[in-house]
Design a protein around this ligand. Structure first.
Ligand code: DON
Length: 306
């Protein structure tokens, strides 16, 4: 029997209110610090087409690292297993923007979701498309079924001006021969990709192909074969929330991808995609109330992959 998603979202919405002020809005990208920590939105997109939304579920927010999932899906669909020659598939156990491992692992990032790995994805896509950021944007529009999905140029510019750590990562990888395009071009493209905005409702819809074995449920378009979709789900579970991936799996029990804009996309394979947005982050850069909301979601619906 299908859970009463409307009632469950209402319960979660009430429960998270005291948590909203506990997280810290990302400020290392100055434009993101302008967003109020009081926002909370959540949306469910079931594979049968039914949708549910609460709070600010219809308000656009900065996807940031959630877009790394789109870039990976696009690169994996085009290049297949060749991408694993340049990026690993293991959790890093380090913050998403850490440099330390990259030095002693000779410029090969642990996985495609940490910043280093995502920059390699941008580099791979730059060899395939005239503009990798436009390719990821078009891909996001296709999977969301929404042509109005776009970049937020103010956020992209704000990140470009302060991307010193990402420049350092990119230069280190360039030195090891794992970045083929010019550093500045890769960073510019990556910053535009990260600035893509969506609502929770759009994000849940966009993620639904990954809950549906690689095929967009509402259009029938196959993005990935079922085996590849399984592999992406596995990467989300083990690496999608960075050095908190173990705790996230323990508490939530779903494959997920987070971003410092406060968004998290999570999947119940074969059933639904759920997106949550709350800008206040915990110490690992994941949405504090968003993680709690998903923990409550899997408890109240009795749905998880375990
Ligand atoms: O590169 C960065 O630092 C940001 N554009 C994205 C980081 C991010 O979203 C990490 N997620 N929790």
């Amino acid at each position: 029997m299908q859970p009463d998603y409307t009632a469950i979202l209402e319960t979660i919405f009430a429960e998270v209110q005291p948590l909203l002020s506990q997280g810290k809005v990302a400020s290392y990208i100055p434009e993101l610090s302008k967003v109020s920590a009081q926002h909370f939105g959540m949306a469910v997109h079931c594979l049968d087409g039914s949708t549910y939304s609460i709070g600010d579920g219809g308000q656009k927010f900065s996807l940031q690292s959630v877009t790394k999932l789109f870039a990976l899906a696009l690169a994996f669909a085009r290049e297949g297993d060749a991408i694993w020659e340049r990026v690993g598939r293991e959790p890093s156990g380090n913050p998403f923007n850490s440099l330390v491992q990259l030095e002693y692992e000779k410029g090969k990032p642990r996985n495609p979701f940490i910043n280093a790995g995502a920059l390699v994805m941008t580099d791979i896509l730059s060899g395939r498309f005239v503009q990798s950021d436009i390719a990821v944007l078009q891909f996001a529009r296709t999977i969301a079924g929404e042509n109005s999905v776009d970049f937020d140029m103010a956020v992209a510019q704000s990140e470009r001006m302060t991307a010193h750590r990402n420049y350092a990562i990119a230069h280190l990888m360039k030195d090891f021969g794992n970045l083929h395009n010019p550093v500045k071009a890769v960073i510019d493209s990556y910053c535009r990709q990260c600035s893509i905005t969506m609502t929770c409702a759009e994000l849940a819809k966009a993620g639904s192909f990954l809950a549906n074995h690689g095929t967009i449920p509402w259009s029938g378009l196959q993005i990935l074969d079922p085996s590849s979709a399984k592999r992406l789900n596995a990467l989300m579970l083990t690496c999608g929330t960075y050095d908190a991936a173990g705790d996230f799996a323990y508490r939530v029990g779903l494959p997920a991808k987070s971003g410092v804009g406060g968004g998290i996309l999570a999947l119940v394979p074969g059933e639904l995609a759920v997106a949550v947005w709350s800008p206040g982050l915990d110490a690992t850069g994941n949405s504090l109330a968003g993680t709690y909301a998903l923990e409550r979601f899997t408890t109240l619906t009795a749905r998880s992959i375990f």
